[in-house]
Design a protein around this ligand. Sequence first.
Ligand code: ADP
Length: 529
Amino acid sequence: MMQYENEHINLLLIEGDDNVRSTFKSYINDSGLNITTTEVIDGTSAISICKINRFDCILLDYDLSDTNALKILSSLHKGINTSTPAIVFTESEKKSLDLEILEAGAIDFIAKQDCNTILLKQLILYALVRNRYQESQTEYIEQQRQNKEQERLNCVLVAMERAEAANEAKTQFISSMSHELRTPLNAILGFTQLLERKQKKSIENEQGEFIQEILKAGTHLLNLINEVLDLSKIEAGQLKFNMGSVDPDNIILDCQSLTSNLAKQYNCTVTYQKPKFELSPVLSDPVRLKQVLLNLITNAIKYNKDHGQVTISYKLLNHSHLKINVADTGIGIDPDRISEVFEPFSRLNETKANIEGTGIGLTIAHKMMALMNGKIDVISKLNIGSNFWLEVPLYSPLDNLKITDKSLKKLLVIDCNSKSNQSKDSILDALKSYSFLELDSLDKGILWTKNQLASFVLVYIHSIDDSLLQNLNLFKQSANMASIPIIVIAQNITNNETTHILNTGVDQCLCEPIEPHILKNIIDYNMKN
Ligand code: ADP
């Protein structure tokens, strides 16, 4: 208690009655405590003075000319005197108010008639001690909370590091295992093929059947290994794309001839409806596009009925994309399960055990199409047939610069807005000396940057929510691997939202309208450095 007796105490006395106030003033003066008292006579002045002054203790009358202690307490405790202890004096007949006063936030109360110098001194000192204790408790709890939060954060970071390491290890394991498995498997298949050739002359029929089984199982295993390897490479961002001008006609004719034996085997006719208009080339990686299309045509044959039809056709979309349809008259897909077709290892026709497959082809196709800035989708009717289609961007001479020249700095513009944006158009106009590529989602951007197909990224956003912030964070992480700067351009954004965006790690967040030449200077500077 001694420590408090010598401390300087800044006290606010709120009392409307002059006599009572001077009585309380004299108790305070006689208490021997080192107190500076500020006096006010009503609630309004009390609240205004509390907004600018910090007090160590407040003494207030329950009944004031303009309000009462309960209302004042609730206002006082919202300002800078949030934790200042307040003692309320009441008339003795108002004893029933005791609990209400404490509930409103007062630390103590006393009937005016019972008060005297000693009692008031004790009340003030007890209030200070209790308050200090409460503050230290609150501090302790806050410290505990922060420690827990930090602990949780550390756990998350450790878990993330472990997950990344595990992922890296998984990728390495899969690629080395695939190699280790492929080598002996190729030898097994090679020797089995030799046996197959000799079989007709010297090996008995039953052994011939065994050889066919070995070949079938071996080929299936080899396909599975190759597809798992492709998938793990895509997920690790290691699959490189050689984008350029591709003649879709050639690709389709190749695929048609490559699948002709399978079509015969399944009694199926594959028709290619050549378009009447001259086909423009598309912007894609020819090897990967063929891989995707082969997968679609193979599926259309495999999951068809006897004497079924497969029709390949085109449609031009908005002079910007070519739609390639692969339609079949096959078994179709259950509408309840159609969303699963692009999921890894989902084979929807398990009952048709004789149809060979791994369940990964469409997953790979889906990821590859996204990486090539295209799209894949399906509509299907059970027992009637399916139409799988690809959307591939048309090639323009400028694309050659954009994608194939590896020495050129590439600017990636991601516009998450669905509406057209005039200010963006004038900015892109100012940036036309760069080769740039536009994407419509951060997901695609993440895949592009992972594959190191960009040197600088502009992201247009129009509204901010948790999933956008999460995606920006992921994006920055993948861009960090390739040290790619990211600028976010937002409309109608508050300071708070800017802070959230910057917290994701992006390099800059600018608010529209932006002068195109200023943005160009920023980009020029970043590209040079
Ligand atoms: P799979 O190697 O099993 O063919 P995919 O990833 O290519 O793997 O296809 C996944 C699943 O989608 C198939 O197992 C099949 O159930 C279904 N599917 C794909 N294409 C068709 C189609 N044209 N008609 C009916 N079902 C299909």
